[in-house]
Ligand binder design. Structure first.
Ligand SMILES: Cc1cc2nc3c(=O)[nH]c(=O)nc-3n(C[C@H](O)[C@H](O)[C@H](O)COP(=O)(O)O)c2cc1C
Length: 396
């Protein structure tokens, strides 16, 4: 919970992405932050203050002229650890760059000397306009941090240029990164593997497994939020990688092995959350096999054991994952010893809410020395935090 106990002002200006700010406000609060929302008049036309008040249980500020909060533009500039503006409209960006102070949000931005994180969101032509680009440059020179905008569909239709606001999760991660006290992972290189791999039987048929990549992506996100330089090596998945992470996409187990071998010499921590295919056809076919009635036999051979064959640097803490069915603790301990791991994370593929394709997981953290720690059923992002909490001891 990198934001626990921190005070955040969430400034919301009047863009169509305002509806996502509700999710962001909630996410920041769930993470333990005290969130004060400040709306521009246009933002209040998109989302009623009541929505934020109900989500946060705190009053929302939308005017310089609130009777009981006459100096809110100063206190809300000075007190918070971070001011986030999401969405930041072209108009808000222009007013802030000009040093205008004609409403509560711009007045507090003018009085602000601490960190500001800005998530621009607008039509792609508005974003590309030299006026907007100039204003953003001015703000960056003054020390503002930015997250996005991304390339993706806009309210008015598809787009292949930046303009779309980053997702709340990415904004939350950027905020967590900015506020993270330098812990043991700060500045360390962390390599994470995620997702399944695929082995081709022929050009159109594959052997794979239902791994979604969520656990690895959650670990990458949690590590980057703690200030690590994260290299995410992922098999095929539909997930959007967390921002601030270097992504290598691979398809087969051998490709994943090569990517891990290339990345690991610089790493201080390796988190092997991928589910690589264990077998591949001995002879993959170069053309599509036509369907035939009756049986076919495909001979399979084992793919390389990425961890087993890894030449790991001495300084690198290695965490493996074991997906077992039934009581797998002894098998997991065996793998931990055989592969020389520092930790193994055991989960049970048959337990409801755990393993592949779900957003939650129930794991047991098994260290090389000491007792295993069994965690309750938790969202994968919380499991990721707990795993990093455990592993950080070894790093420090
Ligand atoms: C439906 C609708 C959607 C809009 N979406 C955006 C947007 O995504 N980004 C933006 O910069 N302006 C957008 N605008 C224009 C702003 O609302 C307008 O520039 C307003 O003055 C912004 O005020 P504020 O920056 O004080 O909140 C939109 C306007 C409307 C009517």
């Amino acid at each position: 919970m990198p934001l626990a106990g921190r005070h955040v002002v969430l400034g919301v200006s009047g863009g169509i992405a305002c509806y996502k700010s509700c999710t962001l406000a909630r996410r920041l609060a769930e993470d333990g932050a005290t969130v004060d929302v400040v709306l521009t008049a246009s933002a209040a036309a998109f989302v009623r203050p009541l929505t934020f008040e109900a989500l946060l249980g705190r009053p929302v500020l939308a005017s310089l002229w609130e009777k009981d909060r006459a100096l809110a533009h100063i206190t809300l500039a000075k007190e918070p650890d971070l001011v986030i503006i999401a969405p930041a409209t072209a108009h808000l960006v222009a007013r802030a760059a000009m040093g205008m102070a004609d409403d509560l949000l711009t007045a507090l931005l003018l009085a602000r000397t601490g960190p500001v994180l800005c998530a621009p969101a607008m039509n792609d032509d508005m974003y590309a306009h030299p006026a907007t680009q100039q204003n953003l440059k001015v703000l960056a020179q003054r020390g503002w941090q930015f997250v996005g905008p991304e390339i993706g569909p806009l309210a008015e239709g598809p787009s292949d240029r930046p303009g779309r606001m980053s997702e709340p999760e990415a904004i939350h991660a950027a905020a967590a990164r900015l506020l993270a006290p330098p812990g043991p992972l700060h500045g360390k290189t962390v390599v994470v593997t995620a997702g399944p791999t695929r082995e081709h039987l022929d050009p159109v048929r594959v052997l794979t497994n239902p791994s979604s990549g969520r656990m690895g992506f959650a670990l990458a996100q949690a590590a980057v939020a703690r200030g690590a330089d994260v290299i995410l090596i992922t098999g095929p998945t539909d997930l959007t990688p967390p921002s601030g992470v270097t992504v290598h996409r691979v398809e087969t187990t051998v490709e994943m092995q090569r990517a891990v071998e290339a990345a690991v010499p610089q790493a201080q921590l390796l988190l092997m959350a991928a589910a690589p295919a264990d077998y591949r056809p001995t002879v993959p076919l170069s053309t599509k096999q036509p369907r035939a009635n009756g049986r076919i036999t495909v001979e399979l051979e084992a793919t390389p054991d990425i961890l087993g064959s890894l030449n790991r640097p001495k300084q690198c803490v290695v965490v493996g994952f074991a997906l077992e069915t039934g009581d797998g603790l002894e098998r997991a301990r065996g793998k931990l010893r055989e592969k020389g791991l520092d930790y193994i994370i055991l989960n049970d593929a048959l337990e409801p809410g755990a393993g592949f394709e779900v957003t939650t997981n129930r794991v047991t953290i098994v260290p090389k020395r000491g007792e295993p720690v069994r965690l309750p059923l938790l969202p994968k992002r919380d499991v990721a935090e707990k795993i990093l909490d455990a592993v950080e001891h070894t790093l420090s």
